[in-house]
Design a protein around this ligand. Sequence first.
Ligand SMILES: [Zn+2]
Ligand SMILES: [Zn+2]
Length: 318
Amino acid sequence: MRAMVFERVGQPLRAVQRAIPEPGPGELLLEVHACGVCRTDLHLLDGEVTISQPPRVLGHQIVATVVGEGRRVGVPWLAWTCGRCRYCRGERENLCPHARFTGRDVDGGMAQFAVADERFCFAIPEGYPDEQAAPLLCAGLIGYRALRMCGEARRLGLYGFGAAAHILAQVARWQGREVFAFTRRGDEDAQRFARELGASWAGSSVQAPPEELEAAIVFAPDGALVPLALRAVAPGGTVVCGGIHMSDIPSFPYVDLWRERSVRSVANLTRRDAEEFLALAPRVPVRTKVTTYALEQANEALADLRAGAFSGAAVIAL
Ligand SMILES: [Zn+2]
Ligand SMILES: [Zn+2]
């Protein structure tokens, strides 16, 4: 089969021919049809998140059919958990210290075939073409977990309007929340896109929103956004950091945190997050905007993601 493989930090993925993987006990052999590209893949390429045993096939938003059955499934970032630790037993398997992740600890979906533990595969809602479904599997469901951490906040800020925010804006509007979108200075395309998706205000991240926010989610990997977001939220508000890696957060005066504001991160996902979000998405209904690339164009997709060259999400179509 054809696969795009990570070999070393700082080097582009390499196109290789590999044997089709053999499924072990409890695993499914999957024919991949689409695989979303995620900012985490850039962090892996750059060594900000470590791949301990390269070479590795990246890609953790896999839409595939089960070979021999034809049933369509999605494979997310969470590939395996121990089931025994206090986190697994306490409905927080996203924090399992033994967890393995798709496209980091086990091979992912930037290949014609993949294997996955059946317990961590999910039915893809009908009505979504493969390419449109792929971004639901990380941007959507980790974004959904971040949104849940915002509680009942009605005025929601989204910092960084990429794949996750374009999905979350639709969910938040459907839930009756008001969305404020913050983008890079002068990124008028992203601001227009946010307004099209129902944001009541869109501007640059250094601007103050017209009203105080009740919560904010920071998707962009820029730590300098955290104090800005804290300053934009009202007393009692939460700032949720939605990414796996962020540049250092600069110091800020305590008064910006005081009055029971909080800053927290969101890590990975649980299977419950996936089940809930994949049931919710078609009810909204969430529509994803995707730019598709061939498998051999994976490096181009990653470069375009880094450059902010498209709005919505990048997906590799096989
Ligand atoms: Zn991801
Ligand atoms: Zn565990």
